[in-house]
Design a protein. Structure first.
Length: 273
């Protein structure tokens, strides 16, 4: 099979920008060719240009290409200061008269929303709470719904949470663990493209969109920020990655500390956190 050309890379970059708002830099040529090569060969095609033409005509294959080109690096309790902020600053002030709602807006294989769910279960108990987890990749959503992980992924989970909310695999599943059914049932997974108009998902007390904005150009960042801000309750919080910032974006969110933002309350409303 021929090596990917600059023109072919540009075509896939345009595809990803249109589908997911993700910019593929020229430096990503090896990554793109490596991730797509097996699909090109499986379809009996000779060039990446042929594959690009195919995905533009075939919606299912286009989703497959997006899945393959989407980076899905994550782990349990990534960026622990966010979980401490949730437990210590947000949840003690939560309105007990309604369910506390969280959206993990780029959930990958599920480690983030399950981490959030463990914190909510621990601190809110039987009080109402909900977690929506979404991703553009249907492949990782299947993994997330199953909630089964290699045992080494449990390294960052606090021991008390591991004991309370995870089940150790036995027999054919030895060497793995699974999120307990009672917790899995509280997390709803859904395919959502943040680079398009959002479906009716309601409003949230907390949205996590961490380590995703770095893949967007500035106009896309602004559009995504506006969509997410509209899905936050007044006084609700947005967590982004610690290497990310919303500086320079026209967005009704105020920075509280690095990577933590809050939607402004109406004038005269009581303020906290």
């Amino acid at each position: 099979m021929q090596a990917i050309t600059d023109a072919e890379l540009l075509g896939f970059s345009r595809l990803m920008m249109q589908a997911a708002g993700i910019a593929l830099a020229p430096s990503k040529k090896a990554l793109v060719s490596g991730r797509l090569a097996r699909r090109v060969q499986a379809l009996g095609l000779q060039t990446y240009a042929e594959y690009l033409d195919h995905v533009q005509r075939d919606a299912a294959e286009r989703q497959c290409a997006v899945d393959l080109l989407t980076t899905n690096e994550t782990y349990f309790f990534r960026e622990p200061r966010h979980f401490a902020f949730l437990a210590e600053q947000i949840l003690p002030r939560a309105d007990s008269a309604r369910p506390f709602r969280v959206w993990s807006a780029a959930c990958s294989s599920g480690e983030e929303p399950y981490s959030v769910a463990m914190v909510l279960a621990e601190h809110l108990g039987s009080r109402g709470w909900e977690v929506l987890a979404s991703d553009i990749s249907t492949r990782v959503l299947e993994q997330a719904r199953a909630g089964i992980y290699p045992m080494e992924r449990a390294e960052k989970i606090p021991q008390a949470y591991l004991k309370a909310y995870c089940l150790k695999g036995v027999g054919a599943h030895a060497g793995s663990f699974r999120i307990a059914p009672a917790l899995r049932e509280r997390v709803a997974f859904r395919a959502i493209n943040l680079n398009a108009g959002l479906p009716d998902v309601g409003v949230f007390d907390l949205i996590l969109l961490r380590n995703v904005m770095i893949y967007f150009d500035q106009p896309t960042k602004a559009q995504v920020c506006q969509r997410l801000a509209a899905a936050l309750r007044p006084g609700g919080h947005l967590f982004v990655g610690h290497s990310e910032s919303l500086n320079g974006l026209d967005c009704p969110l105020r920075s509280l500390q690095p990577a933590v933002y809050r939607r402004e309350l109406p004038p005269g409303a009581a303020r906290s956190v």
